[in-house]
Design a protein around this ligand. Structure first.
Ligand code: GLC
Length: 445
């Protein structure tokens, strides 16, 4: 005998990920309710709605600026030259926060509780140094995209509220991350770099998109993590200046979880937080898929290892390969690459099982897209003055939106379902790398 996949378990899971229009509308209204609560400071709202102390650019910002992007997977620093509304990159360095080199046996991970805050910030400062070619004399303005919830009182100051996306480096929460970066830049001799702005990646994407499109009202990050930022529409009424607001929408919590979602949450660094993010973003989609597959594996004790889930470990990239594979043999290869080393080559995976697993990947991604669409439809409704929805653009950055087969069309479809005729007024625009570029513009504003 060999281990098999019980397709009945997969079909039931697929059913539990379905999100019909009625449930979608309920998500949209619950999100709208929290948006309104967030504006009026209601502490029952699950949206943090953090002010960013910056407004949209004019499109006339010019000069050289460094953009540092730190968000969870890679750290990237780029030196941009902005002139006449166009940008060129004149220096660049990037490195992943986690890296395993099997040949040389080097394993580096700057995301865990074993990393000190100094080590993390020295690693970041080194990347900045590489991007400026080691130049410690010329003066540079730096804009920093810091993609975590941060409390700000001004543009060049940001206190990390909590880590997200499974980062757990101690000694950073509650601290001003600009000070920590400043100290690391000093340690590596970069006294010539001035941190002018620190912004969330949603805000950076909003700024980058608005540099060339005056209809942009919101920006969504839909990749490793998920979040949306938008321009505050009611500022005038309260006498404050209009500014861009980071919703921290990944923290939206008024959602119905499946047992598989609850499992992802329980095993995460911070159970009970970032519930929407754990249902939609690339960091967690693979885990959801793995949980269902593991629940569906049947076999004798010797055939199924007890730590099946941690050994299977499907990622969002595996899911996108599965969804992109056109023929059953290609789909088999993607699945077998993960299943065979754990279940042995003799495990059984016929056409029916392959089709069920592909259907599962589709269902998880479709739910993700529909949930994101419901929150965006709520943002549009929230920002429409007297119920009138204006023609506008929503910018997207992130690998799930850009690369996961079927996700972008599913977002569009669900938004049209929710907005009806008004859906036609909404342009959804993909803007890869927007979050880095936006920080350079912010440094020049
Ligand atoms: C997480 C962070 C948020 C960020 C998002 C996308 O949700 O809390 O600040 O915008 O990831 O990177």
């Amino acid at each position: 005998m060999a281990a098999v996949i019980d397709t009945g378990v997969i079909q039931t899971a697929i059913g539990s990920f379905a999100l019909g229009i009625d449930r979608l509308r309920r998500v949209e209204s619950a999100f709208l309710y929290d948006l309104e609560g967030g504006v009026s400071g209601d502490d029952q709202s699950s949206l943090k709605m953090l002010p960013s102390y910056i407004d949209l650019p004019t499109g006339r910002e010019e000069g050289d600026a460094l953009a540092l992007d730190f968000g969870g997977t890679n750290v990237r620093a780029r030196l941009y030259h902005l002139e006449n509304g166009t940008a060129s990159i004149i220096g660049e360095a990037a490195r992943p926060l986690r890296e395993t080199d099997r040949e040389n046996n080097i394993c580096r991970d700057y995301t865990t509780a074993e990393t000190s805050s100094e080590e993390l910030f020295d690693f970041i400062a080194d990347i900045v140094k590489e991007a400026v070619g080691g130049n410690t004399r010329k003066n540079y303005r730096l804009g920093w995209t810091f993609s975590f919830p941060a409390r700000q009182e001004r543009l060049d100051h940001a206190e990390l509220i909590t880590w997200a996306k499974e980062i757990s480096v101690p000694g950073v929460e509650g601290q001003d991350v600009v000070r920590l970066l400043r100290e690391a830049l000093d340690r590596c001799g970069l006294k010539n770099v001035t941190v002018k702005a620190v912004i969330n990646d949603t805000i950076a994407t909003l700024i980058a998109a608005a540099y060339s499109d005056d209809k942009v009202t919101a920006a969504t990050i839909y990749g490793t993590g998920h979040n949306t930022g938008c321009r505050e529409m009611y500022a005038g009424e309260s006498g404050r200046l209009a500014q861009l607001i980071n919703l921290e929408s990944g923290g939206f919590s008024k959602l119905m979880q499946t047992a598989y979602d609850a499992e992802v949450d329980d095993r995460s660094e911070r159970p009970g937080t970032q519930l929407l993010e754990k249902m939609v973003s690339g960091r967690y989609l693979g885990e959801l898929f793995t949980n269902v597959v593991s629940a569906a594996v049947r076999g004798e004790p010797g055939e199924v290892p007890p730590d099946l889930e941690s050994r299977l470990c499907f990622t969002a990239v595996d899911m996108s390969r599965l969804l992109a594979a056109r023929t059953a043999p290609e789909q088999f290869d993607v699945l077998a690459a993960k299943l065979a080393p754990v279940l042995g080559n003799g495990f059984s995976l016929g056409r029916a099982e392959i089709a069920a697993l592909k259907g599962l990947a589709e269902a998880i991604c479709r739910r993700s897209a529909r949930l994101v669409a419901a929150t965006l439809s709520a943002v549009i409704k929230h920002n429409s003055v007297a119920g009138e929805i204006k023609p506008q653009t929503i910018a997207f950055d992130g690998s799930v939106y850009a690369n996961m087969p079927g996700v972008a069309p599913a977002v569009r479809w669900a938004m049209d379902e929710l907005l009806g005729e008004d859906g036609k007024k909404i342009e959804l625009r993909s803007l890869m790398e927007g979050s880095g570029f936006g920080a350079a513009i912010a440094a020049l504003m």
